[in-house]
Design a protein around this ligand. Sequence first.
Ligand code: GLN
Length: 217
Amino acid sequence: MVGGEELKGQHGQRLKIGVLALQGAVVEHCRMLESLGVIVVEVRLPEHLKLLDGLIIPGGESTSMGLIAERWGLIEPLRSWVQSGRPTWGICAGMILLAERIEDQKQGGQPSIGGMDIEVNRNYFGRQINSFETMLNIDDFYESEKPYQAVFIRAPIITEVSDGVKILASLTNGLDGKLIVAARQKLMMVTAFHPELTDDLRWHQLFLNMVHESRAT
Ligand code: GLN
């Protein structure tokens, strides 16, 4: 599916996508989603999750996001959302919040959502270099022959995936070999980089395709 078509979700209405709006890169996602013709809901309260077709958990700082979500009574509703198998995309800090296992956590742990059977290292690149951009090839994209420019900011990586998790993108680093930076498990997707900081809509489109798949099943 590409932009331009009306994107229909529940009850034949336009798709409704939530962006968790606790902290971090929210408006950029909203703009991209609106340009793809979906209705966008900024999620700040448990009731905002009702009637959504899909949810984006954006990048930011996972410890702060976890603490704010806890304070606003959102951790349990978010866990139920994920456990019910609804389409969810976690970006950078959002990927950390969705991971079942977190290496390099803040001391004493951090409130988290979980649900995706991966282990992440929270500040893998932060230790070496704060931000960088690199080109990736994504087989799952339409126009997959066109490389994708990924923007990493104090990014985590995925250090372990279980069976049933599909690797969507990895990069090679001379020291550690292959580093997994995007993956999918059923209707959950995670990326360690920030697609909302580019003009390339292909990750958002891929996610909307997943949301459509969920409507079809
Ligand atoms: N490493 C950060 C964290 O711990 C995530 C950074 C980001 O989302 N850009 O949350």
